[in-house]
Every structure is written in C-alpha cells, then in structure tokens.
Design a protein around this ligand. Structure first.
Ligand SMILES: Cc1cc2nc3c(=O)[nH]c(=O)nc-3n(C[C@H](O)[C@H](O)[C@H](O)COP(=O)(O)OP(=O)(O)OC[C@H]3O[C@@H](n4cnc5c(N)ncnc54)[C@H](O)[C@@H]3O)c2cc1C
Length: 399
C-alpha cells in the first residue's frame, strides 16, 4: 500500500527568497571586504548602510511598527547567511534583535511606539548590557545600582563587553534597584537608556575606547561607566508599575532567543569553513593527487558536513518551537551548545585542511579561526548551556 508523502521542503517560498537575497548580498558586498575590515579592525559603515536598506534591522519587528514582521525561524536563517559572510556583521544586528525582542514582549505601548519604528529602519541600533568586569555567567551578582531620586533613577556602576556599546542609540541595561532583595533576581530592573550614537562622553556616562579582541573585529565591544547617570523613571522597561524588579526574568527570556541566534551564527561560520575546505581540498595536490582524494581528508569533510547539518537542524527546531508558542528553553540551549562547539570544530578542521596556508592572513579561514571561539562564550558559555540543559531535562522528566 502506498503511503502518502509530502514533498520535502526545508524553507517556505518566502524564506527561500529572502535567504537567497541575503546570500547574494553577502557574496557581493560582505565577503569581498570582510578581510580588510577584520585586519584594520574598522567598522563596516558601507555594509551596515546596505543592511538598513535591505530592512535587516527590522526583520522581527511587526509591520505596524514598520518592520518586516517575520518569525524567529526566518530571522535565524538570515543570521546564518550573514554569519557565513562575517560574524561581526551578524553581531551588529544581533544585540539589536535582542533589544527589539525585549521591547516587543515587555515594553509599554508608548515605549514601543517611540522606539520600534526607528529601530526597524536601523536609524537607531540597540545594545544589551548585563556583564560587568566582575561577572558574566553569574548574572544575579550584578553590582551596578540604580536609586530613585525625584522623577529619575540615578545609575552608578560599570558594565563590560557591550557589543555595539558606542554606536548604539539605545542600551537595554540590567541593574539592581533593590540590593536587599532575596533572592537577588527579584531586585533587578531593566532600563531603556537612550544616548547619542558615537558619543563617548555624556553627563553620567563614559564609554572608554573599544576593547582590543582576538577576533570579532569591526563591531565594537566597550565598557560603559555610569557615574550618577540620570534615567527617567518612565524608561523602566514596561513602565515602573509593570517592570520594576522584573529585569532578570525579562533578560533571561531574551537570552533564550539569543541562544537560537548564536546557534545560527555557529551554523553560518561552520558552513563557510566547510565551503572553503571543499574548494581548497580540490585545488591542492600532494603525492600526485588532490588532497580531496586522500581518504583521511574525505573523512574530515564528511564529519564537518554532518556537524553542519546537525547544528542547522537543532537551530531550526528550537526556532520553530518558539514560533509555534511551545517551550524551547531546553532546545535553544542544545542548539547553542552544539552549534557553537560544531562551529569551532569545523573551522579548526578546515584550517588543518588548508595546511600552512590556513595560518596565513592571506586566507579567509585564518579569520574564521579567530572568530569562532566567541560563539562558545556569548549568551552563556558551553558550561552554562550544559547547566541549563541538565536543569530543564530534569524538570521535564521529574519522577
Ligand atoms: C566579544 C564579546 C562580546 C560580548 N557581548 C556582550 C554584550 O553585548 N552584552 C553583555 O552583557 N555581555 C557580553 N559579553 C559577555 C559574555 O556574555 C560573558 O563573557 C559570558 O557570559 C561569560 O562570562 P565571563 O566572561 O564573566 O566568564 P565567567 O562567568 O567568569 O566564567 C569563566 C569560566 O568559568 C565557567 N563557569 C562559570 N560558572 C560556572 C559554573 N557554575 N559551573 C561550571 N563552570 C562555570 C565558564 O563557563 C567559563 O569557562 C560579550 C563577551 C565577549 C567576549
């Protein structure tokens, strides 16, 4: 008896059209300039302007706020394509995406109307800031404080590793508003702090020169130093009545979609490393034949391609669950863990296949090798992902 089957399609027509458009943009506009910007550690203004024109700053922002109104799955497919070109380009939109998610889910109507349309066009970019010099994984240990004074909250403290720290126009900032709260997360609040992009000194806020990094060049990572910085009370995310003391939960929710986002970056960088290895292994000859004809190299390519596919499937599953309104905390943790580790491993294998040339700045794989480790760290390290996965597993299978 014949069994009815549906044709296999991993993308809708709309998803295919948009990812093909982004791939073409990456091939024509990003890959040709990525090495130059990476080596100079310069911000790719011209590429970012084109990303604005393509609407890439408003992918998930609803149409009523002038965005494209697309789902997380389509966004993740776009991030994969951008990261295939250069993860720094994806980094410019990634914290922006997290900021828009926070506003869409927790913002008051007034906050959404004021900020989302300008964020959708890329006129203002968003950053999000949890980490401090003394903490990253242990978010409840945040020491930056806000105290109420008249109509404002006055913020003091130091933030660290803020992606888009200088050029953003809005920073979603997690601080302590009640240091005596027990447990500590109940005393944490998210503020929407607005600032002039590119200005490093305003009353109460200093942005020191960007941190020098191994990779992930171009996009700036900065500290933010707050000294009696005044933030209007109306800028508590969701409004004071709804948002005070809710910051930890809001940020953790946003980090869950942030993990899908990092997984997509892992898939993108691994995909590119695989493409480079497939090409190089058919060009380079040793012992009278292409290195691709040596079984050891074919086995490496086979493992690399299998990891890329597995990472992509985990990433897509976690995004699709979220879009369907289902729980995806466990799956997002798995996707982030696997795709970031796979990204690093596939990039390293590609570097090995490139032999000595892989170690040269003349070859793209050298940049990927410096970029890939970032994905093991941001949005929770691999150890933190394993903690999340273990905890969620036991919750779902409690006896
Ligand atoms: C380029 C870059 C960009 C970044 N962008 C941002 C940003 O935009 N906004 C932001 O807020 N932050 C950002 N970060 C910070 C990032 O989120 C943190 O670096 C990350 O969460 C890890 O924190 P940490 O560096 O303080 O390491 P720590 O928390 O000090 O951890 C050090 C080591 O100990 C391990 N560890 C910690 N706790 C445990 C435990 N309980 N069990 C087992 N192992 C443990 C960790 O896995 C890690 O291996 C960025 C970082 C980098 C490098």
């Amino acid at each position: 008896m014949a069994v009815a089957t549906a044709p296999y399609a991993d993308k809708t027509d709309e998803q295919r059209a948009i990812t093909e458009m982004v791939r073409q943009f990456v091939d024509e506009q990003v890959l040709p300039v990525a090495e130059k910007h990476d080596h100079e550690d310069s911000f790719p203004d011209e590429v970012v302007e084109q990303m604005k024109e393509l609407g890439l700053f408003g992918v998930t922002i609803p149409e009523e706020y002038d965005g494209m109104g697309l789902d997380l799955t389509t966004y993740a497919m776009i991030v994969e394509e951008l990261s295939r070109g250069w993860i720094s380009i994806a980094g410019v939109v990634n914290t922006h995406f997290i900021g828009s998610y926070l506003l869409m889910k927790f913002g008051s109507e007034d906050q959404k109307e004021r900020l989302l349309p300008r964020m959708a066009t890329g006129e203002i970019r968003a950053a999000f800031s949890l980490s401090e010099p003394g903490l990253g994984s242990d978010v409840q240990a945040i020491s930056t404080r806000a105290k109420r004074d008249g109509d404002d909250w006055v913020i003091n403290g130091q933030k660290m590793w803020v992606t888009n720290g200088l050029l953003s126009g809005v920073v979603f900032l997690l601080v302590k508003t009640d240091p005596d709260a027990s447990p500590p997360y109940k005393g944490m609040t998210c503020f929407i702090t607005e600032k002039e992009p590119g200005v490093s000194e305003v009353p109460g806020l200093t942005i020191p020169p960007k941190i020098k990094k191994m990779g992930y060049k171009g996009v700036e990572s900065t500290e933010l130093v707050y000294e009696d910085y005044r933030c209007p009370a109306e800028n508590v995310l969701g409004g004071e009545e709804q948002g005070l003391g809710q910051g930890f939960g809001q940020m953790m929710d946003a980090l869950e979609v942030g993990r899908v986002n990092v997984a997509a970056r892992g898939v993108g960088i691994a995909q590119r490393a695989l493409e480079l290895a497939l090409r190089y292994s058919q060009e380079r000859k040793t012992f009278g034949k292409q290195i691709a004809d040596h079984q050891a190299i074919q086995f490496k390519l086979a493992d690399m391609a299998t990891k890329v596919e597995a990472a992509r499937l985990l990433m897509l599953k976690s995004a699709r669950l979220k879009d369907a309104g289902e729980r995806s905390d466990l799956e997002a943790g798995m996707a982030k863990l696997y795709a970031s580790e796979a990204g690093k491993e596939v990039v390293e294998d590609s570097l090995r296949i490139h032999g000595g040339y892989g170690y040269s700045k003349e070859y793209e794989i050298e940049r990927l090798y410096r970029d890939a480790p970032l994905l093991l760290i941001g949005e929770g390290t691999s150890e933190i992902q394993r903690m999340v996965i273990g905890k969620k597993l036991l919750q779902r299978h409690k006896i």
